[in-house]
Design a protein around this ligand. Structure first.
Ligand SMILES: Cc1ncc(COP(=O)(O)O)c(C=O)c1O
Length: 398
């Protein structure tokens, strides 16, 4: 008997096929990644870690029998991710998601009430970077560095706050920031004030892997990531750390914040790492950056304000507040959805509207670049979005 669930899956397949997907955190995983995720590995319980690993980190071993294959697989996955980032950092491939990677990282090196300096949600940070409605903001004492009037990270503000607030941890990385992040500068002030330096590369992980964005390896103490955004793997998380923090980080993941690892997803993460090591992936990551810049320039030509006036990575933010003061990000998201274009509403720096309305939209090109779209295609999509926004404005004015 076939379950009704497969009807939902077919409907979603059709929606994805028919829509232009411009959500900056999404991508289309390969057949191999999807095959691994639906494999028999989902049947296996294997809490813990292999007793002996090639990086020399000795562990108590697994809490279940029958983990011989799992041990080899997880070891292979770790090796592949170290290859991707050409690093000797320790890696933990068990976090179920980016949020869990961040939770485990904080849990590993901080105590409740410890001070953290990060970028807030309003300016492009992530919920897990200290939002009041998230565990992070409830458990730790987060303070935030800002962005300047154009939307660039205000490094002077960051340095000043680091010196006066004396955080235990400084966090870099964002969900909606379109510019290169100066990891060296942030690492220097973290060193000066004796804080751990953590970077959440969830969005730009694929660009870093391909050399399209400077790398925080060698500078950061802890690096967290997702594997499903620009990296194009399964939904999941990773944590890298300096070798001396390996024990703390592994303990922070299990038993600190998780139970049994998702080995079917870990297998898919290993495949994503293999894919990220290919010349095709390098060309893909370069194409993302080229396509994003072309699309962004077209919006500017059409009169739209772009936060920071441009982009260096896979996304950009359109600020509608001057060009279309009566239209919210939510209006645009819903209108485009009706016309088979998927974007998400997003706050812009200094936004007067709430996070549920917003004055901006975030656009990313990673998913449609996977579909083989070129810079010319993205320019045509920008023109189509502009026509739809004008239609929306006219319908509101009637
Ligand atoms: C910077 C950043 N960190 C962490 C996450 C959380 O990832 P997940 O949705 O897998 O929990 C996201 C997701 O959007 C993100 O953008």
């Amino acid at each position: 008997m076939e379950s009704i669930v497969f009807d939902y899956i077919r409907r979603e397949e059709q929606r994805q096929r028919e829509n232009i997907e411009l959500i900056a955190s999404e991508n289309f995983a390969s057949e191999n990644v999807r095959r691994a995720m639906s494999s028999c590995l989902t049947n296996k319980y294997c809490e813990g870690y292999a007793a002996k690993r090639s990086d020399g980190v000795g562990r108590k071993g697994r809490y279940y029998g029958g983990c011989q294959v799992i041990d080899d697989l997880e070891e292979y996955c770790c090796q592949k991710w170290r290859e991707v980032y050409k690093t000797d950092y320790h890696v933990n491939v068990q976090p179920h998601s980016g949020s869990q990677a961040n939770q485990a990282a904080y849990f590993s090196v901080l105590q409740p009430g410890d001070r953290v300096l990060a970028m807030d949600l309003q300016n492009g940070g992530h919920l897990t970077h200290g939002s009041a409605v998230n565990f992070s903001g409830r458990i730790y004492d987060f303070h935030f560095y800002g962005v300047d009037a154009q939307g660039f990270i205000d490094y002077e503000d960051l340095e000043e706050k680091a010196r006066s607030f004396r955080p235990q941890l400084i966090l870099a990385g964002a969900s909606a920031y379109s510019r290169i992040i100066d990891f060296e500068r942030i690492a220097a002030v973290a060193r000066e004030v004796g804080a751990y330096f953590m970077v959440d590369i969830a969005h730009i992980a694929g660009l870093i892997a391909a050399g399209e964005h400077p790398s925080p390896f060698g500078l950061a103490d802890i690096i967290t990531s997702t594997t499903h955004k620009t990296l194009r793997g399964p939904r999941g998380g990773l944590i890298f750390c300096r070798p001396e923090l390996a024990g703390k980080i592994d303990g922070g993941v299990f038993p600190g914040t998780q139970g049994g690892p998702l080995e079917h997803v870990i297998a898919a993460k290993a495949i994503a790492a293999e894919e990220a090591l290919t010349p095709e992936y390098k060309a893909y990551a370069h194409a993302i950056v080229v396509n994003t810049a072309a699309m962004c320039r077209e919006f500017q030509r059409l009169g739209y304000d772009i936060v920071t006036g441009g982009t260096d990575n896979h996304l950009f933010l359109i600020d509608l507040s001057r060009s279309h003061p009566d239209i919210t990000g939510k209006d645009v998201q819903e209108w485009l959805d009706k016309h088979h274009i998927t974007v998400n509403k997003n706050c812009v720096p200094g936004d007067r509207r709430s996070t549920s309305l917003t004055s901006g939209i975030r656009i990313g090109t990673a998913a449609e670049t996977t579909r083989g779209r070129t810079a010319e295609d993205f320019v045509a999509i920008a023109d189509r979005i502009d026509a739809l926004i004008r239609e929306l404005r006219d319908s509101k004015a009637e």
